[in-house]
Design a protein around this ligand. Structure first.
Ligand code: AMP
Ligand code: MG
Length: 278
């Protein structure tokens, strides 16, 4: 069984059924050891993704404030090839972004073949914060679940390996983390009164997340709920899923690379033969 929970959309998600504290009997050290082993494999697979240039990978990170999106990104960036990896944060849309459909700015940032992009927030904000704060009429955001599903289907059909993570923390853990930001100078830059205001809307966000996780999951394009109260468990759960998503491609990518190598060798031999002949 996997450390993250795979959601297939067949039944409604109730977040209270998932324990944010989950550790599967692992100590921090044991989990970190497993993560390190998976990280070695991820590093190799990511090199192959880049070299073969046949697929792309998109990792979407969603979660409430302090759920650890930044931490998860830092963890992944320590493993993957910086040449082919890019992080894209999505903030409050600019006027020009708002003048387009909600997927316009998202589509522009999807990864080309060979690249891995990590989204820190995403088009899901358009059915989360937008829904909770009534930023557009319900009739508008309601249609977006179908738009999102069609969009993600297009990405996957076009060779994108798509992984979506909801970083699941408890309300108590969020309070602890917000208070830490006040105490620790290195974390103070993240302090925001907005985070405390959003926290008051906890239940409305729960409702919005549950609907997005349910309606935008399918066996082919699932969401993953990563228990995130323990940062080391979160990193293990995410790393495992990324490795498992890439692993099936190892063989075809190796085969593709060896064909490229054969062609290049043949061309080189022909070139040398011509030079000796000349
Ligand atoms: P942070 O991730 O802490 O830098 O904050 C980014 C902020 O941008 C969050 O408060 C998000 O809710 C907000 N945001 C991101 N996308 C959208 C969107 N489509 N509409 C409104 N707010 C958004
Ligand atoms: Mg924030």
């Amino acid at each position: 069984m996997n450390y993250a929970h795979r959601i297939d959309g067949k039944k409604r998600v109730h977040l209270k059924e998932y324990d944010p504290e989950e550790r599967r009997g692992l100590t921090k050290e044991e989990a970190q050891e497993k993560t390190a082993e998976l990280a070695r494999e991820l590093n190799e697979l990511d090199d192959l993704l880049f070299a073969a240039g046949q697929q792309s990978m998109l990792i979407i990170l969603q979660g409430r404030d302090t759920s650890g999106k930044d931490g998860a990104i830092r963890h992944l960036l320590n493993i993957v090839n910086v040449q082919s990896c890019r992080v894209v944060p999505f903030k409050v849309p600019t006027p020009i972004e708002l003048a387009h459909d909600f997927l316009w700015r998202i589509h522009a940032e999807t990864p080309p073949r060979g690249a891995m992009h990590i989204f820190n927030r995403s088009h899901y904000e358009d059915v989360l914060v937008v829904r909770v704060h009534n930023l557009v009429p319900e009739a508008v955001w309601r249609k977006r679940y179908d738009h999102i599903n069609a969009f993600e289907r297009l990405l996957v059909d076009s060779g994108t390996i798509l992984l979506k993570f909801y970083l699941h923390i408890s309300k108590e853990e969020q309070e602890k983390r917000l208070l830490e930001r006040e105490k620790e100078t290195e974390k103070a830059w993240k302090l925001s009164v907005g985070d405390w205001k959003e926290r008051e809307l906890w239940d409305r966000y729960t409702e919005a997340y549950e609907e997005a996780l349910t309606r935008c999951s399918s066996p082919e394009i699932p969401w993953h709920i990563a228990p995130a109260n323990n940062k080391w468990f979160r990193d293990l759960a995410i790393t495992e899923q990324v490795v498992e998503a890439l692993r099936p491609y190892r063989k075809p990518w190796m085969e593709h690379l060896s064909k490229i190598g054969e062609t290049a060798k043949r061309e080189l031999m022909e070139y040398r033969a011509q030079r000796t002949g000349a």
